[in-house]
Design a protein around this ligand. Structure first.
Ligand code: GLU
Length: 464
């Protein structure tokens, strides 16, 4: 990490809307926050941004918490925006009283017409604050027509006259991107409250960040522009702004943005497909950074590797094949104790289970792939490769030379030594037909490891 100067404990939050399952890009945001909190002895809050009551679902919130816990990112606190409307109402009233939240009545079509007009006049296509000019009677007339107001936050991008905006730079030292500048005169006053009275994300987020003592807002770089307006909103509510960090986003392999609506890359789906949480965590953090993407065996190891500043500026493509490569290298090193429960669920248990795991783990991509080898060890090759005619008599002769039990790790050497002397075959011509006879495959775990697992009786049953 680069910011070694100790700024005290950090309080961070991961703030998904529970409108779908989280995907690997959301996991990146959660991880950047979680790792940052761990680096700064801080607190990790999970905040459900569920002010959109119609689209937010409890089952998605439950699933998000479950996915985070499975990844190892257990939150210290869980908060719900839907339980905090009173706090947002108070803040909205405070802003209205200060003249910083004003009622607007334009329809979407009116706004679009004006936008086009401004573009034609070579003016920036921002909202021209026309609603600020309305007198009380004009407002009353619009409301009598049945119009309901939406409410905009008056950005502090002017000296005395809100119609004479001037360049107003909001600057912050982004914990990911370094120094950033956003000009408040280049954006429209943001709508904080819709005409049906519901809150957009901006105000509730700032109110919560103040009340929850959030010290660092770490999120995707699609929020960089929002940050300018949000810093102004913190100030308008009488609070200093926290630090901000914006990481680059992940896209699909073909370059499209990830969406909670597409289930394909959801954490839940990747988990069902058998990926290890640390394969997902490693890729979600290290992709799109200057660090090399390698499989970290634990969150502590990933923490040692994590440097928020190493994220690059451009979006990073998420390639499922890369995830499989990481998974494979993790599975190859997993100890039996790490997987015994999962193996038992696949029916792999008993005296031979630990030795079996050590024999096969370097030949599989997913823990669940062990089941195929367990079937081969117990039930034989099934419909695999068949032996060439001229190998058939060789294998039959070899089977008549099988050593007596007990069998151990040396049995293979003893057997092939005897077969070599008797037949004169050696190398590939010797072991490949035996491998095919025993496993039905041309590749796989060491036969020296498999033979004691299969046993003499099991081996003889494979005699062609
Ligand atoms: N709910 C917002 C989102 O998912 C949170 C953004 C933020 O972290 O402030 O985009």
């Amino acid at each position: 990490m680069t910011d070694l100067e100790d700024t005290g404990p950090a309080t961070v939050r991961f703030a998904p809307s529970p409108t779908g399952r989280i995907h690997i890009g959301n996991a990146r945001t959660a991880l950047f926050n979680w790792l940052y909190a761990r680096q700064h002895r801080g607190e990790f809050i999970l905040r459900f941004d569920d002010t959109d009551v119609a689209r937010s679902k409890t089952e998605f919130a439950d699933a998000i918490l479950e996915d985070l816990t499975w990844l190892g990112l257990t939150p210290d606190t869980v908060a719900w925006q839907s339980k905090r409307f009173a706090a947002y109402d108070t803040a909205a009233e405070q802003l209205k009283a200060a003249g910083l939240l004003y009622a607007c009545y334009e329809t979407a079509e009116e706004l679009e017409r004006r936008r086009k007009l401004r573009l034609a006049r070579r003016l920036p296509p921002v909202y021209g604050r026309e609603a600020l000019k309305l007198g009380d009677d004009e407002r009353a007339a619009l409301e009598a027509e049945g119009r309901k107001p939406h409410w905009r936050f008056l950005l502090p991008n002017f000296a005395d006259d809100p119609f004479d905006t001037r360049r107003t730079e909001m600057r912050w030292d982004d914990v990911v991107r370094g120094p950033q500048t956003v000009d408040l005169a280049s954006m429209s006053d943001p709508v904080l409250i819709r005409e049906d009275g519901s809150y957009l994300y901006t105000l509730p987020s700032v109110v919560d960040d103040i009340e929850m003592g959030v010290t660092h807002i770490i999120r995707g770089d699609d929020h960089v522009t929002n940050t300018g307006a949000q810093i102004a909103l913190f100030k308008a509510l009488g609070s200093p702004a926290p630090a901000f960090g914006h990481h680059n986003l992940l896209t699909t392999a073909s370059g499209e943005g990830l969406s909670k609506r597409s289930n394909a890359l959801s954490i839940g789906m990747l988990r069902e497909e058998g990926y290890e949480p640390m394969a997902i965590n490693s890729l979600a953090v290290l992709i799109g950074t200057s660090e090399s993407v390698t499989a970290m065996p634990s969150l502590d190891a990933l923490l040692a590797q994590f440097n928020a500043r190493s994220a690059s500026r451009s979006a990073a493509r998420f390639d499922p094949a890369e995830l499989t490569t990481l998974n494979r290298s993790l599975v190859h090193e997993l100890a039996y104790e790490d997987v015994s429960e999962r193996l038992a669920m696949l029916g792999i248990e008993g005296d031979r289970a630990a030795a079996f795991w050590l024999a096969v783990r370097r030949n599989i991509d997913f823990v669940k792939d062990a089941a195929g080898w367990w079937r081969i060890v117990n039930d034989g090759p099934g419909s695999g490769e068949t032996l060439e005619d001229d190998d058939l008599s060789f294998v039959r002769e070899a089977f008549s030379l099988l050593p007596p039990e007990p069998w151990d790790g040396d049995t293979w050497m003893q057997w092939t030594g005897a077969v070599k002397s008797a037949t004169g075959r050696k190398g590939r011509g010797l072991f490949m037909p035996l491998r095919i006879a025993l496993t039905g495959l041309r590749q796989g775990p060491e036969l020296a490891d498999l033979m004691p697992l299969i046993g003499r009786e099991g081996t003889l049953a494979r005699r062609p």
